[in-house]
Design a protein around this ligand. Structure first.
Ligand code: CA
Length: 362
């Protein structure tokens, strides 16, 4: 082969190879629509979902793209479950307790009042059977859930008036979802479930008297400190799990590599969101304690805590006899929770207690 002919053939080869590569990616490039129950600009959670999309694109070398839609861009904030189940969208980032109206058992996957904290929830999901139960129940709705972050312990909420005793809760209208809302209802509160984006206006206009949201990390960004001055610690969401859920049939039709990438990137997002919540809660708590907002930070009185614990026990017992799936998940938790609690109480709790007696670093 003379040199000129060789160069010509090589050039054709390169062009053909480039075209083949382009076609290959064109053939396999897939875009999934994922909707959020919050704005995509919402720090930690919305930004976490955008980070997930970027990570999937990196890991798949651009062959899998995730297009993120904020709340109400494509479907309403709390319409994502149905839209995904029916295949109108491919996935969503939300919280399982929002769907307790469909199946009461879903509320247990978000963490429940006086239940497990993050360090206990995550082992339950991975090794205690929690994830298997969650997937089994969601499969009935043609959905497959992945862990989508955890908020850690959530604050009890913002109140316009101080809560000095159980009687002060009577008749209050409070935004509080999940089983926490049901506990509050038994203490005389009127719970309402409204999406994050609408809470501030409702509180400002007096449509509600109180709200919980997450913790200092996000609550100060929402501006609740401007319209309610009493901020309480709480027991209603001790380690709230978020979800990244996909349409099951659509997920199963993806190439195995893409399925594995979604699984891996969701795990990264899960721990990223939890870590950022812990970090931002600490940073924003410091800001709150500086006194610039004139907010009173406190704990609920003992009679509230005691009544709430009793109400929660009643709810668990009642719902277990009323709802078959709730009983199935709760029975699994009853096997796991006392076992891990023994460990938590034996070492981690003891350690935190003695660490606080005289600081090494202050
Ligand atoms: Ca909350």
């Amino acid at each position: 082969m003379d040199r000129r002919k060789f160069l010509k053939t090589a050039a054709i080869g390169t062009a053909a190879s480039a075209a083949f590569t382009t076609n290959l990616y064109a053939r396999y490039t897939k875009t999934l629509k994922v909707c959020l129950s919050w704005p995509k600009t919402l720090p930690i959670m919305g930004e976490g979902a955008l980070w997930f999309a970027k990570r999937v694109e990196e890991l798949s070398n651009g062959s899998l793209k995730i297009k993120i839609f904020g709340a109400n861009e494509l479907v309403p904030a709390l319409g994502v479950f149905d839209a995904c189940s029916r295949g109108l969208i491919d996935g969503f980032h939300s919280g399982p307790y929002y769907w307790k109206g469909k199946n009461m058992a879903f509320a247990l996957f978000s963490s429940f009042p006086f239940g497990m904290v993050y360090d206990e929830m995550d082992p339950w999901l991975d090794f205690g059977g929690g994830m298997n139960l969650w997937r089994e129940l969601y499969a009935r709705y043609n959905l497959i859930p992945f862990k989508g972050g955890n908020t850690g312990n959530q604050m009890g909420g913002w109140f316009r008036k101080p809560i000095k005793s159980l009687a002060d809760l009577k008749g209050l209208k409070m935004r509080i979802p999940g089983l926490g809302g049901e506990v509050m209802a038994r203490l005389g509160v009127k719970p309402v479930n409204i999406p994050g984006g609408e809470i501030y206006t409702a509180l400002e206009r007096g449509v509600i008297d109180a709200t919980e949201w997450v913790g200092p990390s996000l609550d100060l960004i929402m501006g609740f400190q401007k319209v309610a001055k009493y901020y309480y610690t709480g027991w209603h969401e001790p380690g709230t799990l978020l979800e990244l859920t996909f349409n099951k049939r659509k997920f199963e039709r993806l190439p195995k590599e893409h399925q594995a990438i979604i699984e891996a990137a969701s795990k990264e997002m899960h721990s990223r969101i939890f870590n950022e919540f812990q970090y931002q809660n600490a940073v924003k708590l410091k800001e709150l304690l500086s006194g610039k907002y004139n907010v009173v930070l406190g704990n609920f009185p003992e009679d509230v805590n005691e009544a709430a614990k009793k109400a929660m026990q009643q709810i668990l017992d009642e719902y277990s006899s009323k709802y078959k799936d709730f009983a199935m998940v709760y029975n699994n938790i009853k096997q796991f929770f006392p076992t891990i609690r023994k460990w938590t109480d034996t070492l981690p709790k003891w350690y935190l207690d003695i660490r606080d007696k005289g600081f090494i670093v202050d």
